[in-house]
Design a protein around this ligand. Structure first.
Ligand code: S6P
Ligand code: ZN
Length: 199
Protein backbone atom coordinates (compact mmCIF):
# COMPACT_ATOMS: atom_id res chain seq x y z
CA UNK A 1 0.00 0.00 0.00
CA UNK A 2 1.49 3.41 -0.92
CA UNK A 3 2.57 5.51 2.08
CA UNK A 4 0.27 8.41 1.26
CA UNK A 5 -2.82 6.23 1.71
CA UNK A 6 -4.86 7.29 4.71
CA UNK A 7 -5.11 4.16 6.86
CA UNK A 8 -8.16 3.49 9.01
CA UNK A 9 -7.44 3.55 12.74
CA UNK A 10 -9.19 3.16 16.06
CA UNK A 11 -8.61 4.26 19.64
CA UNK A 12 -10.20 3.75 23.02
CA UNK A 13 -11.93 6.10 25.40
CA UNK A 14 -10.33 5.24 28.73
CA UNK A 15 -12.90 5.62 31.45
CA UNK A 16 -10.91 5.75 34.63
CA UNK A 17 -11.47 8.41 37.27
CA UNK A 18 -10.17 10.88 34.70
CA UNK A 19 -11.43 10.11 31.20
CA UNK A 20 -8.70 10.13 28.50
CA UNK A 21 -8.02 8.66 25.06
CA UNK A 22 -5.60 5.80 24.38
CA UNK A 23 -4.12 7.85 21.52
CA UNK A 24 -4.14 11.59 20.98
CA UNK A 25 -1.93 14.22 19.37
CA UNK A 26 -2.60 17.28 21.42
CA UNK A 27 -3.61 18.05 25.01
CA UNK A 28 -4.92 21.59 25.39
CA UNK A 29 -5.37 23.10 28.86
CA UNK A 30 -7.32 26.32 29.35
CA UNK A 31 -7.15 28.17 32.62
CA UNK A 32 -9.04 31.12 34.06
CA UNK A 33 -6.66 33.71 32.58
CA UNK A 34 -7.78 32.67 29.06
CA UNK A 35 -11.37 33.71 29.88
CA UNK A 36 -11.02 37.44 30.58
CA UNK A 37 -14.28 39.37 30.00
CA UNK A 38 -16.34 36.20 29.54
CA UNK A 39 -17.72 35.88 33.10
CA UNK A 40 -20.33 38.43 34.09
CA UNK A 41 -19.01 39.00 37.63
CA UNK A 42 -15.72 40.75 36.88
CA UNK A 43 -14.85 41.19 40.54
CA UNK A 44 -15.32 37.46 41.27
CA UNK A 45 -13.15 36.72 38.22
CA UNK A 46 -10.30 38.98 39.38
CA UNK A 47 -10.48 37.68 42.96
CA UNK A 48 -10.33 34.04 41.86
CA UNK A 49 -7.52 34.75 39.40
CA UNK A 50 -5.45 36.41 42.14
CA UNK A 51 -5.88 33.27 44.27
CA UNK A 52 -5.02 30.85 41.46
CA UNK A 53 -5.10 30.66 37.68
CA UNK A 54 -7.09 27.44 38.01
CA UNK A 55 -7.68 24.98 35.19
CA UNK A 56 -11.19 25.28 33.72
CA UNK A 57 -11.11 22.74 30.91
CA UNK A 58 -8.96 20.41 28.85
CA UNK A 59 -9.21 19.00 25.34
CA UNK A 60 -7.56 15.86 23.94
CA UNK A 61 -7.41 16.14 20.16
CA UNK A 62 -6.90 13.46 17.54
CA UNK A 63 -5.35 15.43 14.69
CA UNK A 64 -6.27 14.99 11.05
CA UNK A 65 -5.48 17.18 8.05
CA UNK A 66 -7.59 20.33 8.36
CA UNK A 67 -9.35 19.86 5.03
CA UNK A 68 -12.90 19.15 3.86
CA UNK A 69 -13.61 15.42 3.89
CA UNK A 70 -11.62 14.75 7.06
CA UNK A 71 -13.17 14.64 10.54
CA UNK A 72 -11.47 15.97 13.67
CA UNK A 73 -12.24 14.19 16.93
CA UNK A 74 -11.43 14.29 20.59
CA UNK A 75 -12.77 14.74 24.08
CA UNK A 76 -13.48 17.90 25.98
CA UNK A 77 -13.37 17.93 29.79
CA UNK A 78 -14.86 20.88 31.65
CA UNK A 79 -14.03 20.80 35.36
CA UNK A 80 -16.61 21.65 38.03
CA UNK A 81 -16.59 25.07 39.65
CA UNK A 82 -17.92 28.62 39.43
CA UNK A 83 -16.70 32.15 38.93
CA UNK A 84 -19.02 33.99 41.32
CA UNK A 85 -22.37 32.39 40.52
CA UNK A 86 -21.47 31.40 36.93
CA UNK A 87 -20.46 27.84 36.14
CA UNK A 88 -17.12 26.90 34.57
CA UNK A 89 -17.46 26.78 30.79
CA UNK A 90 -15.50 26.70 27.55
CA UNK A 91 -14.65 29.86 25.63
CA UNK A 92 -17.12 28.96 22.92
CA UNK A 93 -16.75 29.65 19.23
CA UNK A 94 -18.29 29.77 15.81
CA UNK A 95 -16.63 27.61 13.19
CA UNK A 96 -14.73 29.91 10.82
CA UNK A 97 -16.30 27.93 8.01
CA UNK A 98 -19.76 28.86 9.29
CA UNK A 99 -21.50 26.15 7.27
CA UNK A 100 -19.89 23.28 9.23
CA UNK A 101 -21.69 21.33 11.96
CA UNK A 102 -20.50 19.27 14.95
CA UNK A 103 -21.66 16.23 16.92
CA UNK A 104 -21.13 15.87 20.67
CA UNK A 105 -21.64 12.67 22.63
CA UNK A 106 -21.74 13.08 26.39
CA UNK A 107 -19.66 10.50 28.24
CA UNK A 108 -19.85 11.78 31.81
CA UNK A 109 -21.24 14.53 34.02
CA UNK A 110 -24.00 17.07 33.72
CA UNK A 111 -24.07 20.24 31.76
CA UNK A 112 -25.59 22.45 29.14
CA UNK A 113 -24.57 23.39 25.62
CA UNK A 114 -25.29 27.05 25.02
CA UNK A 115 -25.68 27.89 21.34
CA UNK A 116 -26.31 30.97 19.27
CA UNK A 117 -26.49 32.06 15.63
CA UNK A 118 -24.97 35.25 14.19
CA UNK A 119 -28.52 36.69 14.10
CA UNK A 120 -28.85 36.21 17.87
CA UNK A 121 -31.17 33.18 17.93
CA UNK A 122 -30.24 31.05 20.92
CA UNK A 123 -30.73 27.47 22.11
CA UNK A 124 -29.71 25.40 25.09
CA UNK A 125 -29.54 21.61 25.24
CA UNK A 126 -28.84 19.39 28.23
CA UNK A 127 -25.74 17.20 28.29
CA UNK A 128 -26.01 14.00 30.33
CA UNK A 129 -24.29 10.64 29.80
CA UNK A 130 -25.24 8.90 26.55
CA UNK A 131 -26.90 11.99 25.09
CA UNK A 132 -25.93 12.89 21.53
CA UNK A 133 -26.11 16.56 20.58
CA UNK A 134 -26.12 17.86 17.02
CA UNK A 135 -24.86 21.42 16.60
CA UNK A 136 -26.06 22.50 13.14
CA UNK A 137 -24.04 24.73 10.81
CA UNK A 138 -23.93 28.43 11.87
CA UNK A 139 -24.42 27.83 15.62
CA UNK A 140 -21.71 28.99 18.02
CA UNK A 141 -21.35 26.54 20.92
CA UNK A 142 -20.10 26.59 24.51
CA UNK A 143 -20.18 23.71 27.04
CA UNK A 144 -21.06 24.56 30.64
CA UNK A 145 -20.49 22.18 33.56
CA UNK A 146 -23.46 22.52 35.93
CA UNK A 147 -22.49 19.71 38.31
CA UNK A 148 -21.12 20.36 41.75
CA UNK A 149 -18.18 18.01 41.78
CA UNK A 150 -17.90 16.02 38.57
CA UNK A 151 -16.15 16.66 35.24
CA UNK A 152 -18.33 17.18 32.17
CA UNK A 153 -16.80 14.95 29.47
CA UNK A 154 -17.94 14.96 25.85
CA UNK A 155 -16.64 13.30 22.70
CA UNK A 156 -16.82 15.56 19.63
CA UNK A 157 -16.51 15.17 15.87
CA UNK A 158 -16.44 18.01 13.34
CA UNK A 159 -15.27 18.66 9.77
CA UNK A 160 -11.57 19.08 9.16
CA UNK A 161 -12.02 22.41 7.39
CA UNK A 162 -14.20 23.97 10.15
CA UNK A 163 -11.60 26.21 11.82
CA UNK A 164 -12.38 28.27 14.94
CA UNK A 165 -13.62 31.82 15.24
CA UNK A 166 -13.16 32.82 18.91
CA UNK A 167 -13.01 36.55 18.20
CA UNK A 168 -16.73 37.05 17.55
CA UNK A 169 -17.75 35.60 20.92
CA UNK A 170 -14.94 37.47 22.71
CA UNK A 171 -16.33 40.67 21.21
CA UNK A 172 -20.10 40.27 21.61
CA UNK A 173 -20.46 37.44 24.15
CA UNK A 174 -23.19 34.81 24.25
CA UNK A 175 -26.72 36.09 24.73
CA UNK A 176 -27.38 33.70 27.63
CA UNK A 177 -25.32 32.82 30.71
CA UNK A 178 -25.74 29.86 33.05
CA UNK A 179 -25.64 30.64 36.76
CA UNK A 180 -26.56 29.10 40.10
CA UNK A 181 -29.21 31.00 42.08
CA UNK A 182 -30.70 29.60 45.31
CA UNK A 183 -29.11 26.21 44.55
CA UNK A 184 -30.86 26.10 41.14
CA UNK A 185 -29.41 26.23 37.65
CA UNK A 186 -30.68 29.37 35.92
CA UNK A 187 -30.26 30.74 32.43
CA UNK A 188 -30.05 34.53 32.49
CA UNK A 189 -29.52 37.32 29.95
CA UNK A 190 -25.90 38.35 29.54
CA UNK A 191 -25.81 42.05 30.48
CA UNK A 192 -22.71 42.52 28.28
CA UNK A 193 -24.14 40.85 25.15
CA UNK A 194 -23.99 43.05 22.04
CA UNK A 195 -26.94 42.42 19.72
CA UNK A 196 -26.19 42.08 15.98
CA UNK A 197 -27.40 45.61 15.15
CA UNK A 198 -24.74 47.30 17.33
CA UNK A 199 -21.72 45.14 16.45
C1 S6P B 1 -14.15 22.14 18.36
C2 S6P B 1 -15.08 21.60 19.41
C3 S6P B 1 -14.44 21.30 20.77
C4 S6P B 1 -14.03 22.55 21.55
C5 S6P B 1 -13.75 22.27 23.00
C6 S6P B 1 -13.21 23.49 23.75
O1 S6P B 1 -14.81 22.57 17.24
O2 S6P B 1 -16.21 22.41 19.53
O3 S6P B 1 -13.33 20.52 20.60
O4 S6P B 1 -12.89 23.11 20.95
O5 S6P B 1 -14.92 21.85 23.62
O6 S6P B 1 -14.00 24.62 23.54
P1 S6P B 1 -13.39 25.95 22.92
O7 S6P B 1 -14.58 26.84 22.73
O8 S6P B 1 -12.38 26.49 23.85
O9 S6P B 1 -12.75 25.55 21.61
ZN1 ZN C 1 -16.76 23.52 17.50
Amino acid sequence: MPEEINRPFSFDVIREEDVTLSTYDNHIKRSLSAMRNQYHDEQAYETLLREEDCMLYEVYEVKRPEIAGELLQGISIVHPGKVGDEYFMTKGHFHSELGTAEVYYCLKGEGLMVMETPEGYWAIETLTPEKVLYVPPRWAHRSVNTSRDEDLVTFFVYPGNAGHDYGSIEKHGFRKLVVERDDQIEVIDNPKWLPPEVR
